[in-house]
Design a protein around this ligand. Structure first.
Ligand code: SF4
Ligand code: MG
Length: 330
């Protein structure tokens, strides 16, 4: 479970440069054990900040995050390192996540070395078993990351994330850098791993098709807040919040067969600066349905039927904006 508010500067993590951090505010969601929540939105909306805040990699000024009922420590002390064994992260940038100097086997067993789990032989055995589990053969163990394909590297990164047997996996754009055919393979693998290991997953992507494939529920973020969340089929087929409708429609404009999207909303204006959130509903400068109320008062997150939550003044209990939208706006 995660409930929190995160602002402020990032902390350095592993060998990666600190990314820029989009502020997020009042982000709240729960992921049932074994479930997957997809988190979608334009770049800069705070998806990655949310991921980092969940794992204690970015400070939170208010609120809390719990995993398996245990609060995630906010200070990077021994308790945090211990908690991190249960929560792992997979990034898009596999080269940045792996050490170019070390062969794959050494990198896979490194978390076991750090936590002093088993003897040297056990660590090797576990690393090799995990390589097989992610569909790689033993020959890969001796190679260095730059000698592997992007798909193989993402499998190694997944294996490394799983070596400490985590309960919770955060995937931040895990397949965005891969070719479409390789994406499908890695997503299938992720699906298998989730099921066999009972992993709970937060899955971040700007690609709605990918999110639909792997998620049970989806949350749509705009400028640091969640504006709609609910069952994935519902939110991506009949989006309710005007921003979700615009996001889904922008994809459906390019693809038709999948049948995403119904009512369309065309976005006016550019994505705004995350550091300068508009008053009232932050989406109002781009929303074709904005009223006077929207300019002054932030809409509360409200239940909108069938497990859906929406933050929009115009969305009724039924989750539909149809009543107030005369026909197709696009
Ligand atoms: Fe548009 Fe108003 Fe709803 Fe915001 S609250 S999404 S501005 S209608
Ligand atoms: Mg990001």
């Amino acid at each position: 479970h995660f409930r929190g508010r995160a602002t402020g500067l990032p902390l350095p993590f592993l060998r990666r440069p600190a990314p820029t951090v989009a502020p997020v505010d009042g982000v709240s969601f729960q992921i049932p054990r074994g479930g997957t929540l997809g988190l979608v939105g334009e770049s800069g909306c705070g998806k990655s900040t949310t991921a980092r805040a969940v794992l204690g990699l970015t400070p939170i000024t208010r609120g809390r995050v719990t995993v398996d009922g245990q609060p995630v420590p906010r200070r990077r002390d021994a308790a945090w390192r211990h908690a991190r064994r249960r929560m792992q992260m997979v990034y898009q940038d596999t080269l940045g996540a792996l050490d170019p100097r070390l062969p794959v086997l050494a990198q896979l067993r490194e978390p076991l070395d750090i936590h002093r789990i088993g003897d040297s032989r056990d660590r090797c055995d576990r690393a090799l078993a995990l390589l097989r589990e992610v569909g790689l053969d033993g020959a890969v163990a001796r190679r260095r990351p730059q000698e592997l394909s992007g798909g193989q590297r993402q499998r190694v990164v997944l294996a490394r994330a799983l070596i400490l047997d985590p309960a919770f996996l955060v995937c931040d754009e895990p397949v965005s850098a891969l070719d479409v055919s390789v994406q499908a393979q890695v997503l299938n693998l992720l699906d298998d791993l989730r099921q066999t290991r009972g992993l709970t997953t937060l899955f971040i992507s700007h690609d709605l098709k990918v999110v639909r494939q792997v998620s049970d529920r989806v949350a749509v973020m705009y400028l640091g807040r969640i504006v709609e969340q609910g069952p994935v089929d519902m939110v991506l087929h009949q989006p309710s919040h005007p921003y979700s409708r615009a996001l889904v429609a922008s994809v459906a404009g390019r693809r038709d067969a999948a049948g995403l999207a119904s009512g369309r909303v065309r976005l006016a204006g550019d994505p705004p600066d995350p550091a300068r959130r508009p008053q009232g509903c932050a989406f109002h400068p781009r929303c074709p349905l904005a009223t006077g109320l929207c300019r002054t008062t932030p809409p509360p997150m409200r239940p909108a039927g069938a497990g859906r939550m929406v933050a929009c003044h115009l969305v009724a209990e039924t989750g539909s904006t149809a009543a107030v939208i005369p026909g197709d706006l696009d």
